[in-house]
Design a protein around this ligand. Sequence first.
Ligand code: FES
Ligand code: FES
Length: 875
Amino acid sequence: MRVNGAEVAASPRPGQCLRTFLREVGRLDVKKGCDAGDCGACTVLVDGAPHHSCVVPALRVADRDVTTVAGLGSPDDLHPVQQAFVRAGGFQCGFCTAGYVVTASALADGDGQVASDDLDRLFKGNLCRCTGYRSIRDALAGRTNVDDVGGFGCSVAAPAGPRIVTGREAYTLDLPDHDTLHAKLLTSPHAHARITSIDTSRALALDGVHLVLTHHDAPDVLYSTARHESRLDDPDDTRLLDDVVRFRGQRVAVVVADTIGLAARACALIDVEYEVLPAVLDPEEARAPGAPLVHGEKPIMESRISEPLRNVVAQSHGEIGDVAAGLAAATARVSGTWQTARVTHAALETHGARGWLDDDGRLVVRTSTQVPFLVRDELALILGLESDRVRVLAARVGGGFGGKQEMLVEDVVALAVVRLRRPVQLELTREEQFTMVPLRHPMRVSVELGADASGVLTAMKVDVLSDTGAYGNHAIGVMFHGCHESVALYRCANKRVDAEAVYTHNPPSGAFRGYGLGQVIFAIESALDELAREVGLPPAEIRRRNAVVPGDDFVVNGPADTDLLFGSYGLPQCLDLVEAALARGDGDPVAGPDWVVGEGLAAAMIATIPPRGHHSEATVTLEPDGSVEIGVGSAEFGNGSATVHVQLVAEVLDVDPRVVRLRSSDTDAAGHDTGAYGSTGSVVAGAAVVAAARDALAQRGDGPVTTTIVGRGRHDGSPRSVAFNVHGVRVAVHPATGELRVLKSVHAADAGVVINPEQLRGQVEGGVAQGLGSALYEEVTLADGAVQTRTFRDYRVPQMADVPPTEVLFADTVDPLGPFGAKSMSEAPFNPVAPAIANAVRDATGRRPHELPMSRDRLWRLFHADPSPIEDGSA
Ligand code: FES
Ligand code: FES
């Protein structure tokens, strides 16, 4: 075949798909998102027609012309479609972009525009998890969203844009293969079992198999896959390979071989005998007396598990005031129980890492991570190495959303490299991504509210049960965070919160955008909406009457959080903006007389930085030739921090952003950085970068730069501010079928001073799209503890057709706690979306959804059951 005009001499192996063949011959711009024909990341042109190369047999392409995204143009000579994606800012992480550009190139006119009113169908085969599709639509329509010139406060284009749209930007595994070996995981078929014997001899006998690792080879170190600044934030309950398996999908053995296929064949030859143990799959049953214990043998103090003999990894019980008296005094009371679902991040780039030893014999791991420094430290601990003997780096990360705040493949790769002293790579398949990677914690949340006749809260009672699955990674943080800003948002003299995160033998839950808040907010904002109906107040008004205001403490069920401050306060503006936008009555028309229409809104508060320290050290180097280089440890995974850091430094130094280069996410190239989570890219790493730029400026003084100047800065993430989001929707519901359509979606964000309007709008739209997916479609289903939804086809990531436009509005606030008045935002927009939609369904139909996702079948049952089983308390 000819690839990008050049003859390819190599021949594919029998049965090999075009995607893997193209990567083997060096076309690393062809991406993998699913290898099942579902996502479009691998799209190439075959004789000018777009194809998903992962489902095309390479041999069928013999003698034909293949064009990849790199064959369409180069950063210096962009194809019109590539120019359009740069001008529109039509990407975030950019992992899907090659597929969009290639598909669009076959449909576009000479100006790079796809003039069609049927984009939903034309791009049905291309998924984007980051953007919410608006900016992609803009690119296809030829709209310009970025500013050619301009600095702080302008929509400066992402510096990596020309490389992303041409396939030149390297992601984690976009490296030449050389002599890299490949690892494959054998996983448990049982929800709970003890490995009584494991025989690897038949696997090792295969020619080309170099290593098989089992629990006999694993260091005797317990840790958590979750990564936080303090490793003590998570329980030590995980071993690299264990002799007890606690969920279907847990690693049992690792094979390292010349090829992935060979490693997979060798996995099938490992003989494992299990003693199957009783399993508990229901979180309520898990904490009942006599339940099978998930980590019952672990000591409390060393493991930091709250009650291993009750399967409780974390708990919080407390009351302020007198809730019983508050409820007794109330003139209106509402109560209910809400249930949320397991959701997968669906970052298009799966977890993957490659490791090797450098010339000094140091371990190097290149991985798809949000937290390179924290991974380095834990790898050193597990392997018994000094941390300066380990280097961890991330290239551009193809989406994270919290999922890459876990260490899921790096430990295996590191151990294999140390044992073999050869490069080793492990890349999860999409199916493994569904079955092994921690999911959003499903929570059951009961809420009871009381209010006086004017709608002022007299009592607030919240009970949370979180299913953390087989391991407690992020269980503690997600539970506490979930209950914190959701409850602290409302001033009420009498509050009680009881929360427990429990182990089960289900797949683990972990960090995910919103970090528990979305689940609890779904319940509280639904209950508050019902309370507003009881007392006859508009939904925005009951929030105005009860939300905390500057001067109030942030209180949940104990002493106030004194590190959290009102740096600024944009909630009233957000409520006003959403109310006014809904009142305009614009949006899509109702489809017909069988549909009923309702409106709803919900509010959310979030701390701008995670608690207990989030640190970043940065450098800004000024060179005599006028160039500027930022060194910062934070990773770019579509959150836009790379662009923001350049803008911040350009603002301090008063230079053109185009002269500023960025080196990031490499433990050798920058000072310590806790990592890119909790929306800290702007407010922690950004603040450190600003401090470094100011230091450089002070060293330079008024004169020109005559010698290299290195400015240094740091930020320690304290004190923290609060940000607010309000989401509003108008929906049409078809009671006969359960179908729901969003007619109008509006989101107001209190982001402080907006550094880059287009990027911030994109972060909000992406968060809203993920919120919409969780609200309406997405659910990882289990049967007897085994994941049933193992492909994108079975699990519905919102497609272009599913995501309505969202009007994005910003409150006008300046936050003195953030750099140049900015707050954080990436995480927060997700949180109020599901309750806003649920409240709109209630408004339209008189029936209140209590379960996520509000899928068509669930809504149909809600409309046709009497009463709804969960409302009734019988579910
Ligand atoms: S990787 Fe080919 S369609 Fe997803
Ligand atoms: S930009 Fe589309 S998947 Fe990240």
